[in-house]
Design a protein around this ligand. Structure first.
Ligand SMILES: C[S@@+](CC[C@H](N)C(=O)[O-])C[C@H]1O[C@@H](n2cnc3c(N)ncnc32)[C@H](O)[C@@H]1O
Length: 222
């Protein structure tokens, strides 16, 4: 069950996604996680400011969260053209003008193009780090260190191991990812991501347990 990017290329998600006549795509996993994610945004005060989303996928998170929080001004991005087309369709369907982009951003690049202006209040990335080469996650963390405003926050969502310990369901998921691409796989938050964040000038401020053995992870830039 996969959702394809460009014809002949690897899938960008391991689920079957729906698509409406207006080009908006729908992700079953987003339908399950968007409300728990919204609750973390509320609890952590991520309800105002300029948000850059890396790997926006269908674009549903940005649409849902800007609907929930009127103070959010959200810019989509993705490496994948069909995903960007869905993001554009969600932006066009929104009843407000606080959705922007989609920008073309490869997280592993050191140049995020139009997004290379320092001062983003929040950088968000959900469910990318495990389904991309490690360079994408590393580039994401470096980009957050480079482009967040002082006090700005990096919000990550997805499955992680914690200091060498991984939930059985995440271990099985990681093996299935690696069987598709040996460069993919569930990362260890404490051993792989936090050290990169510290190097980038980010400190870990919150880790929130989410349904289905996922985590919401929030870093703050000094
Ligand atoms: C599993 S989907 C997650 C999408 C969405 N954030 C969500 O939670 O539903 C993974 C996304 O990562 C994007 N992606 C993969 N590698 C990337 C990279 N190097 N830079 C930016 N986006 C990337 C894919 O195009 C895809 O949209």
């Amino acid at each position: 069950m996969t959702s394809s990017g460009e014809p002949g290329q690897k899938p960008v998600a391991l689920e079957q996604r729906g698509e409406g006549v207006d080009g908006r795509r729908y992700s079953p996993s987003t339908a399950r996680n968007r409300e728990p994610v919204r609750d973390v945004f509320a609890a952590e005060g991520l309800t105002r400011g300029r948000v850059l989303e890396i790997a926006s996928g269908t674009g549903e998170h940005g649409a849902f969260l800007t609907e929930a929080f009127e103070g959010l001004d959200w810019t989509y991005s993705d490496i994948d053209p069909p995903s960007r087309a869905s993001q554009a369709a969600w932006r066009a369907a929104a009843g407000h003008d606080r959705l922007h982009g989609p920008l073309t951003i490869d997280a592993s690049s050191e140049d995020w193009g139009e997004a290379e202006m320092a001062g983003w209040d929040v950088i968000v990335s959900m469910n990318m780090i495990h389904i991309a080469p490690f360079a994408a996650g590393a580039g994401l963390v470096r980009g957050a260190g480079r482009l967040l405003a002082p006090g700005g926050r990096l919000f990550l969502y997805g499955p992680y191991a914690r200091d060498g310990v991984i939930a059985p369901s995440n271990a099985a998921f990681s093996e299935s990812l690696k069987s598709r691409d040996p460069d993919w796989g569930v990362r260890d938050l404490d051993r792989e991501i936090v050290p990169l964040a510290l190097q980038a000038g980010l400190s870990l401020v919150s880790v929130v347990e989410m349904p289905a053995n996922n985590l919401s992870v929030i870093f703050r830039r000094a």
